[in-house]
Design a protein around this ligand. Structure first.
Ligand SMILES: *Cc1c(COP(=O)(O)O)cnc(C)c1O
Length: 470
C-alpha cells in the first residue's frame, strides 16, 4: 500500500456511498447518540497512531522476516468504505451485494485451481478455520478413519484433529522434505484424508502432489490441499518460474485452502475453503429461526461453520481482483513472479557472498540460511563455525542486531530444525544440541525484488561483526 495515498483514495470514493447513506433518516455512519467532539476522537486516534509505531516495519523492504505484508491500498480502501455499512456475509439478509461478491471471487478461485464450478466454497476468517472445515468434512465422509499430514505441515492440523477427535498420522520427511511413502503405505487402511501442503510455512516447500495424488486415488483416500500460504503460486504453473509438477494436480484434490490475507494483498480476516464436490453442503445443513428470510437462494451461512463474517473482507478481495485478476498473464501473476525472482536472487547472492550457507534452493519465496563464520572473542581472525550451538548463537545474534539497527537494519526470522535432520546435510558440523536455530526470510513483497542487494549486504555486514565465545 502506498501509505500516503490510501486515506486520500477513500475521500475520493466516499461521495457515491455517502449520498446513499444520507438518503435515509439519520443517515450517517455514526449514531447521533454516540457522537463525540472531533478533538476527542482525534486525540484517541493519535494515541493509537503513537502506539502503532511500536510495530516492526512490515511495510518496508528491510522487513523480510515472517509472513507479513501490508494489504494493497485498493483492498484497504474497499475494506474501509464497506465498513461504513458493515455488512455480514453470514446471510443474504446481512448483505446481499457483498454475498454476491463473495460468490464471484470463489468462482475465480475455482477456475484458478481447475475445479468445476459449481463446487462449494466460501471465504473464512482465516486459514485455520478453513482447514478446520476441510477436516470436519473429512470426518463426515470417513468417520472411522484418520487424517495424515507430513511433519512439515502447519501445526493447525494436529490441533484440529484434536478438536475433532480424529486420529492423526504424521508422515516423516527426510532432509529435503520428501515424504516417507512407506509410512503412508503402512497406515493407508486407517486413513480417510491426506493433507498435502502447497507451500510449507517453514521453508515454502511444495509437497509432491503429483506423486501422492495417484497413489491416494488408487487407495480411495481423499486429498486436502493446504495452500494457505502458497496457493497463489498456482498462477506461475505455466510460465516456468516454478516446478509445475505438483501444481498440475490441483484439480484432482477434494478440497483446497488458500489465504488471500497471506499472498492475496488482503488485510487479515480473509481465508478461503473450496470443495470439489458441492454435495458436501449437506453436512452443513441446519435451520435458523432468525436468519435466512430475504431469499430462497443459498445463504453463505448455510454452507459455512462460522456465523458472522465481514462482508468488507469479500468486498476488499473482490475489488482487488477487479484490478489484479487471477488470470495467466495478469497483474497478480506478475506480482508473484517478482516475489519468486526475489527469492532466487537472494539465494544466488547470499550463496556467492560466502558468509552464509543456504539449506536448500527455495521452491517459492522463502529462504532458510545460516552464518558459517564467526569472530572469536579477542581475536580478529574469522573461523568456521563447527558446532550447531555455534550456528544457533550466531543466528540469534544476527536476528537481534538486525532489529536493533532500526531503519538501517534488516528484519529476518528464526527457524528451528532438529539437529538429526541438519546433520544429514552437514555431517561435518558437530551436533552438540537437539536442534539448530537458523535464519529465515520470507520474500513475499514484490518490492523485495529490487531490495536483494541491500538485504544481503546488510546481512553480510552483520555476519562480519558477530563476536562471541565458543
Ligand atoms: C498460515 C498458514 C495456516 C494458518 O492460517 P491462518 O490464516 O494463519 O489461520 C495454515 N496452513 C499453512 C500452510 C499456513 O501457512
Amino acid at each position: 500500500m502506498k501509505h500516503d495515498e490510501a486515506p486520500d483514495l477513500l475521500t475520493k470514493v466516499y461521495p457515491k456511498l455517502g449520498s446513499w447513506l444520507r438518503s435515509f433518516p439519520a443517515g450517517t455512519s455514526v449514531d447521533p447518540a454516540a457522537r463525540i467532539p472531533a478533538d476527542i476522537v482525534v486525540k484517541a486516534l493519535n494515541e493509537l497512531a503513537e502506539r502503532l509505531t511500536g510495530n516492526f516495519p512490515f511495510h518496508s523492504d528491510i522487513y523480510a522476516g515472517q509472513m507479513l505484508k501490508p494489504p494493497h491500498e485498493i483492498a484497504w480502501a474497499a475494506y474501509a468504505l464497506t465498513s461504513l455499512i458493515n455488512p455480514n456475509n453470514h446471510a443474504l439478509d446481512g448483505g446481499p451485494p457483498t454475498s454476491e461478491m463473495e460468490k464471484e471471487v470463489i468462482s475465480q478461485f475455482f477456475s484458478m485451481f481447475g475445479f468445476d464450478d459449481p463446487g462449494l466454497g466460501h471465504l473464512t476468517s482465516s486459514g485455520t478455520i478453513a482447514n478446520l472445515e476441510a477436516l470436519w468434512v473429512a470426518r463426515h465422509l470417513h468417520p472411522q478413519k484418520g487424517i495424515a499430514f507430513s511433519s512439515q505441515a502447519h501445526y493447525t492440523h494436529h490441533r484440529m484433529c484434536e478438536v475433532l477427535g480424529l486420529t492423526c498420522f504424521v508422515i516423516p520427511t527426510d532432509e529435503h522434505g520428501m515424504w516417507d511413502m512407506d509410512y503412508l503405505h503402512q497406515h493407508i487402511a486407517e486413513i480417510g484424508t491426506v493433507v498435502v501442503t502447497m507451500g510449507t510455512t517453514g521453508m515454502g516447500r511444495v509437497e509432491a502432489l503429483h506423486h501422492i495424488q495417484p497413489y491416494c486415488e488408487a487407495k480411495n483416500v481423499r486429498i486436502h490441499l493446504d495452500a494457505a500460504y502458497g496457493g497463489y503460486y498456482k498462477l506461475l504453473e505455466e510460465n516456468g518460474d516454478i516446478e509445475a509438477g505438483p501444481w498440475s494436480y490441483t484439480a484432482k484434490a477434494d478440497s483446497i485452502v488458500i489465504d488471500p490475507h497471506k499472498h492475496g494483498l488482503q488485510p487479515y480476516g480473509c481465508g478461503c475453503i473450496l470443495f470439489r464436490d458441492p454435495t458436501v453442503g449437506r453436512f452443513y445443513k441446519h435451520d435458523s429461526p432468525y436468519t435466512y428470510f430475504s431469499s430462497d437462494e443459498l445463504h453463505l451461512g448455510e454452507i459455512s461453520l462460522e456465523c458472522s463474517r465481514a462482508g468488507a473482507a469479500a468486498a476488499a478481495l473482490w475489488t482487488t481482483l477487479k484490478v489484479f485478476g487471477l488470470n495467466p498473464g495478469g497483474e497478480m501473476q506478475a506480482l508473484l513472479s517478482l516475489c519468486r525472482q526475489a527469492a532466487v536472487d537472494f539465494y544466488g547472492k547470499i550463496t556467492r557472498d560466502g558468509n552464509f550457507d543456504v539449506l536448500e534452493q527455495p521452491e517459492l519465496d522463502i529462504v532458510v540460511y545460516f552464518p558459517v563464520r564467526q569472530l572469536l572473542t579477542g581475536d580478529a581472525q574469522q573461523s568456521t563455525i563447527k558446532r550447531v550451538s555455534g550456528i544457533s548463537a550466531a543466528s540469534e545474534a544476527i536476528f537481534r542486531r538486525g532489529m536493533e539497527k532500526g531503519p538501517d537494519g534488516v528484519f529476518v526470522s528464526l527457524y528451528k530444525i532438529p539437529s538429526s535432520v541438519f546433520a544429514k546435510k552437514y555431517p561435518d558440523i558437530e551436533t552438540d544440541a537437539d536442534s539448530v536455530t537458523v535464519l529465515r526470510s520470507v520474500l513475499m513483497k514484490p518490492g523485495h525484488n529490487g531490495a536483494v542487494d541491500m538485504l544481503v549486504g546488510r546481512l553480510n555486514d552483520l555476519a562480519g561483526g558477530i563476536k562471541y565465545q565458543t
